[in-house]
Structures are given as structure tokens and as C-alpha cells.
Unconditional design. Structure first.
Length: 118
């Protein structure tokens, strides 16, 4: 049997940064949590995914921006590197699929459905 370690995230882009030959994308996902009074509060988690594929990096840079709703899927990879004589261990979310689900639509006060003159 073959083992896998995969992830899937649906959320909004916070920041896109080029790091060496890779692209690091911060994605915010909300997990609603029910409170004692019956209301729900958002519990936002930020995840950083890494893209290595050159064509995917070019597509993301050209087609996405912060606030866009995206779907990222890929594998979980553990790694390590040396920093100041110490070994630093990492868990990386390496993206193999990246989809744009919806463009960010900024809220505009003039587009309100409520008639302000009523």
C-alpha cells in the first residue's frame, strides 16, 4: 500500500511573495465556531503554501491577487536546514494544483441595496 500526505485549502489570498525560485502564498481559511449563546465567530487560520512549478508560478502572478478566493492542493513535505549552527525543521505545503475560484470584489459604499434617501 502506498502512503500519502496531502492537503487541501480553500480560502482567500493574503500575500504572494517570491522566495528564490519559489512562490509562497499565504491563504486564510475561516473555521466558524459556535459560541455558548448560539452565535458563530470566525476562527481564521493562515497557511503558507509553496509553489515550485514555473508555469504555475507565472499563472498565479498573472491571474491572482490578494483577496481572491482560491483552492490549493498538494503534498505535505518535512524538511530541515541549518541556521546559525542549529538544525531548523520545517513542514512545507507543496502545491501541485492551484485554482482561482472567485475574484475579490471590494465592498463599495455606493453599491448598497438599501435606499439611503428613504
Amino acid at each position: 500500500m502506498r502512503g500519502t500526505a496531502e492537503f487541501q485549502i480553500i480560502g482567500r489570498i493574503g500575500r504572494i511573495a517570491t522566495v528564490g525560485s519559489t512562490l509562497k502564498i499565504n491563504i486564510a481559511s475561516d473555521y466558524p465556531r459556535k459560541q455558548d449563546d448560539g452565535t458563530y465567530d470566525d476562527n481564521t487560520h493562515w497557511n503558507t503554501v509553496t509553489v515550485f512549478a514555473e508555469r504555475t508560478i507565472e499563472w498565479i502572478k498573472a491571474k491572482t491577487k490578494p483577496g481572491d478566493l482560491v483552492h490549493a492542493r498538494g503534498c505535505i513535505r518535512n524538511g530541515s536546514y541549518e541556521k546559525d549552527g542549529d538544525t531548523v525543521y520545517t513542514t512545507d505545503l507543496v502545491t501541485t494544483e492551484f485554482l482561482l475560484l472567485a475574484k475579490h470584489q471590494p465592498k463599495d459604499a455606493d453599491d448598497s441595496i438599501i435606499d439611503k434617501e428613504a
